[in-house]
Design a protein around this ligand. Structure first.
Ligand SMILES: C[S@@+](CC[C@H](N)C(=O)[O-])C[C@H]1O[C@@H](n2cnc3c(N)ncnc32)[C@H](O)[C@@H]1O
Length: 236
């Protein structure tokens, strides 16, 4: 679609990486992933985890070190190469045929069970990634895809459902704020929008909400809430 906001284009995100505008990145493991880890795994070991829009998240390393298999999707090559280099990991790159898109580069870590597809999230299907996942950790993903533009939010949740096993769990971090920032990430998402996007395919449990005050010198010039939700697939 020609009127897609520029924030949904690969050039926009590659530009942020090129210019070092990656303020979302944290050098530590997300504390809420740790907090809700048992709910996410259901106490099960050796799971297949999906980390959509993976960036160079340390969470992938932590999950792999817990004995799980991790698959990320990240369109920026620079992010993928930084992830391996900054964590002293080595990788191979394979060109892989995809079911519904052009072949893509897939990064495979040699030391740990981490694989990253270097492509658009919407290009990935269950067949491409070796079957459905047991768990999804969504931090900086839903909020980065401009979910309120057209049907992108619903397309996204349908994609997530198609990639998650019927006994799987899905942990989401999202945010809500009141200033108008257009289609700039991260998107502001209300509980109602979460319901509208997810309730057809998932049961929804809101885990917690944290209020973050405006702090112009540090993270944000406006106040926002960070929300955590646990989703479970409905039906099969
Ligand atoms: C806000 S960052 C979050 C990264 C990571 N989840 C984290 O918590 O650090 C979003 C990432 O998704 C990538 N990205 C944006 N749109 C994408 C898409 N449609 N498919 C794959 N990757 C995408 C960007 O390059 C960026 O690295």
């Amino acid at each position: 679609m020609s009127d897609e906001p520029k924030t949904t284009t690969s050039d926009f995100w590659k530009g942020l990486w090129k210019d070092g505008n990656t303020g979302w990145h944290r050098n530590e493991v997300n504390e809420f992933l740790i907090k809700y880890f048992d709910e996410l795994t259901g106490g099960r070991s050796n799971l297949r985890f999906f980390v959509p829009l993976s960036g160079k998240s340390m969470d992938m390393l932590w999950l792999a070190d817990k004995g799980h298999t991790v698959v990320g999707v990240e369109l920026a090559k620079q992010a993928n190469e930084c992830f391996f280099a900054e964590n002293n990991l080595t990788f191979t790159v394979e060109i892989v045929e995809m079911s519904v898109s052009e072949p893509v580069e897939v990064y495979k870590c040699k030391e740990k069970r981490i694989t990253i597809f270097s492509c658009d999230l919407f290009a990935v299907t269950e067949n491409d990634v070796g079957g459905k996942f047991d768990a999804i950790w969504d931090r900086g993903s839903l909020v980065a895809i401009a979910p309120s533009f057209g049907d992108r939010g619903k397309r996204y949740t349908t994609k997530m459902r198609s990639l998650l096993a019927s006994d799987g769990n899905y942990l989401l971090e999202s945010c809500y704020y009141e200033v108008d920032r257009g289609m700039n990430p991260p998107a502001s998402i209300t509980d109602k929008q979460i319901n509208d996007m997810y309730e057809e395919d998932f049961t929804i449990k809101k885990l917690e909400m944290n209020k973050i005050q405006a702090n112009p010198e540090k993270e944000s010039s406006f106040a926002f809430d960070i929300n955590y939700y646990l989703f479970k697939p409905k039906g099969n």
